[in-house]
Design a protein around this ligand. Structure first.
Ligand code: MIG
Length: 755
């Protein structure tokens, strides 16, 4: 409790409140974004997510009204009361978000008897009744308030009635909806209620907790073990505005290299050059398009990062160049743990320069990962990041095209790193407790900078762990899922929520990582994953092989069919990234993002949108060959069945094993390319446009697909309009230097465009 407001002052965009013992701040960052800040730990934000804090003067008025101080912007009214209670209203007076005034209602304590019974059966329990966090905010929750976002959390789209923790965690069990934490910490959520929509980003890197009504139906809360109470409030007319507001602060997903949108193959346990060659050969032989092969930890010398196992993989660079000739790009895995080995240069350099995390006593902290005893680069130190960035040259010089960062929660085989292990936070000494959740973020950032400097291209980084804002540097996959139908089902809400949390370039391991994939599951997974930006089949050592050809001809044909569809749709996905870098909107979207007024989509977990124009309703139930599909308002057209569907209702749609129900919205102008075995096999000279009925407008981008020239304006922007089946083609921008030889229109009934 901060007590009474003694005084307040306006300083630029900040309103500083004095509560005697302590100061607290409301800062207006934009007319629809405010920051609430109580500096319990330090006076600076020290945000890892927000690197450029907007500082343009925003117009707002401060006044005293009754027992509140009101801050009025063009769009919001923020009322600040004693004890720093805050209520936020829309400009029209509608209450959006109010602090809860009562005490939290903890669960009743467990009786001695219950405790004893539970302990006798081996359960780990304490009498505990919930925790009041050192830093926390409790907000009034409406009866039908829904919650979205929160990064990679398990379960369904709407997070209401569940509780979560933000503490990057590598848990090898099958991920289920009662997990509180996974690999990523993105403490950003969006709440949707009858009166409006808003988002909150709790920018605190310590172990944090969020409870969306599980403790009590009258409020939700977020809290953390330490740090500052530092959160951002985003309002908007629609949910999309909230996502854009969040990415305005934390950054948008940048345009990737074109080939990174192609199909990728990986497996832990491809343990020699011969195996990799064989995989590459089979893709070309079976004419299944594929752009990228991943090398998992097997390629390293004794799991030493930035080394190459010559015995099994031949001379460095040889294999990579060989498969490059066949059009394959190579991505190599890099873990953070550095093997303790006096004869290993990466270890020695790190030790000589003090680049590894230390114990409070000042010794280098040792735990264990794949290479055995290992030490942890202190990525919060800018010097360590520069060093690590330079290390990427080792891979780049060999011809590697992208880097995959794993185990960066950080994972450790000998128990979790103690909270007091000494890490660096930029210019300050810090702790594991504070830096844990940004360890993966900082590692990916260093990797990004290194690849960028070495190649001048848009870096392709894949990470398992990350924090809010990591989208600026890296793509992400959802870690060790399993070949389970429930994990196929979870892929939709999980990827959609990652997208709402700023991470647009994401995907799951197609076919599932752990457990044994089945022929049917692999088919259904590829059908869903066609639209997930990161399009990679990956599996664990020891599990059944799950490359497209492993289950016979039918399964291979279905895989090929959908991988080819992906290659045809590449321009559509690329356009979405081009737009997304400006708007912050993701590629894969839950329907609620665009149809939030429609109650039918609030909990719709088995359909999603790709951009605004395509609706995908994959089959995610074992054995099903038809399914119910809900269509939001408007008229929709089946890509395959060529049927017309009216919005606002459900249809039963046929979906035999080789079909995924996909629909285009009226007015869609869908850009497609011819299928190639890999990006760059031939130039993309012809653009086809599949034109659907209705009035449409579409902007298509074309550029070199590799470097940053587009940021200087070197790209083409074509503008297409369609009306009554007639298409007009314009060019808004013509600066790439090349144009298509041909732009062909295709009637939507025509099956020909689809391979
Ligand atoms: O402890 O590198 O999530 O994708 O194949 C396992 C081996 C370590 C975990 C990753 C997975 C990868 C595996 N890694």
């Amino acid at each position: 409790m901060l007590g009474e407001i003694r005084d307040y002052q306006v300083d630029g965009n900040k309103v500083c409140f004095s509560f005697g013992e302590r100061e607290a701040f409301v800062e207006v960052l934009r007319e629809d974004i405010v920051n609430i800040f109580v500096p319990y730990e330090c006076n600076e934000h020290r945000s890892k997510a927000i690197e450029v804090r907007p500082d343009e003067k925003v117009v707002f008025e401060v006044a005293e009204a009754g027992d509140a101080v009101t801050i009025c912007t063009e769009k919001l009214i923020v009322k600040v009361y004693n004890d720093f209670y805050i209520d936020i209203y829309k400009k029209d007076g509608t209450l959006l978000c109010a602090d809860y005034r009562g005490a939290r209602r903890m669960r009743p304590l467990l009786s001695e008897k219950s405790l004893a019974v539970l302990k006798a059966e081996g359960h780990e329990v304490s009498a505990g009744s919930g925790t009041e966090y050192k830093v926390q905010a409790v907000k009034v929750m409406d009866a039908n308030e829904k919650f979205y976002g929160l990064g990679d959390k398990t379960g369904f789209l709407n997070k209401r009635d569940y509780e979560f923790e933000n503490w990057n965690t590598d848990n090898p069990q099958a991920h289920t909806e009662d997990f509180r934490a996974l690999y990523k910490s993105i403490p950003f959520f969006i709440t949707l209620k009858d009166t409006g929509v808003y988002g909150i980003f709790f920018d605190n890197t310590y172990h944090s907790y969020m409870n969306f009504g599980k403790e009590c139906r009258d409020y939700y809360y977020f809290g953390a073990e330490n740090g500052n109470l530092d959160y951002y409030f985003f309002s908007g007319e629609k949910m999309a505005d909230v996502v854009s507001g969040y990415t305005y602060l934390t950054g948008t997903t940048p345009l990737p290299q074109f080939w990174t949108l192609g199909y990728q193959q990986s497996r832990w346990g491809y343990d020699s050059a011969a195996v990799i060659r064989d995989v590459a050969k089979k893709y070309r032989e079976y004419e299944i398009p594929c752009d990228t092969i991943h090398l998992d930890i097997d390629y390293m010398e004794g799991y030493r990062v930035f080394t190459w196992n010559e015995k099994d993989y031949g001379k460095p660079g040889k294999l990579i160049n060989e498969i490059k000739d066949a059009g394959f790009k190579t991505v190599c895995i890099i873990d953070p743990g550095v093997k303790v080995d006096e004869n290993y240069d990466v270890y020695r350099e790190g030790i000589e320069n003090g680049y590894f995390a230390k114990t409070p006593e000042g010794d280098v902290y040792v735990n264990a990962v794949w290479p055995g005893d290992a030490v942890y680069p202190d990525f919060g130190n800018p010097k360590v990041r520069t060093w690590w960035a330079g290390k990427q040259n080792y891979l780049m010089d060999m011809g590697v095209d992208g880097v995959w960062n794993d185990m960066n929660e950080p994972a450790s085989f000998h128990g979790e790193l103690p909270a007091d292990v000494v890490f660096t936070d930029e210019d300050l000494q810090s702790t594991h407790a504070a830096m844990h959740n940004v360890y993966g973020h900082n590692m990916a950032k260093a990797t990004y900078e290194g690849i960028k400097a070495a190649s001048g291209k848009r870096p392709f980084v894949i990470t398992r762990a990350c924090y809010a804002g990591s989208q600026k540097y890296t793509t992400a996959w959802t870690g060790d899922n399993q070949s389970l139908w429930s994990h196929l089902q979870m892929a939709i809400p999980q990827l959609c929520n990652l997208g709402l949390s700023g991470m647009s370039f994401v995907g799951t391991d197609i076919g599932g990582f752990g457990a044994d994939c089945t022929p049917e599951l692999l088919c259904r997974w590829i059908e869903l994953a066609v639209f997930s930006p990161l399009f990679r089949n990956h599996s664990s050592n020891g599990c059944i092989y799950q490359e497209p050809w492993q289950f016979g001809k039918e399964v291979m044909d279905i895989n090929r069919k959908f991988i080819k569809l992906r290659y045809q749709l590449l321009p559509y996905l690329y356009d979405l990234f081009f737009e997304g870098e400006k708007t912050g909107l993701p590629v894969m979207r839950p329907l609620v993002l665009h149809y939030e007024k429609d109650p039918e989509v609030w909990n719709l977990n088995d359909e999603f949108l790709v951009g605004e124009n395509l609706l995908a309703a994959p089959v995610v139930m074992q054995g099903a060959t038809r399914r119910m599909v809900y269509f939001p308002v408007g008229t929709w057209y089946g890509l395959f069945d060529k049927k017309e569907y009216q919005g606002g209702r459900y249809y039963m749609v046929e979906a035999p094993l080789d079909t995924c129900p996909i629909f285009a919205k009226e007015g869609t102008i869908l850009p497609v390319y011819e299928v190639m075995q890999y990006v760059g096999e031939r130039p993309y000279d012809v653009l086809k446009l599949v034109v659907y009925p209705g009035e449409g407008h579409y902007v298509h981008y074309q550029d070199n697909g590799t470097d940053f020239a587009y940021r200087e304006g070197y790209y083409n922007a074509y503008e297409f309009e369609s009306r009554d089946g007639k298409l007009t083609i314009g060019m808004r921008k013509d600066a790439y230097g090349k144009t298509y030889k041909e732009i062909e229109t295709v009637d939507w009934h025509d099956a020909k465009w689809f391979a």
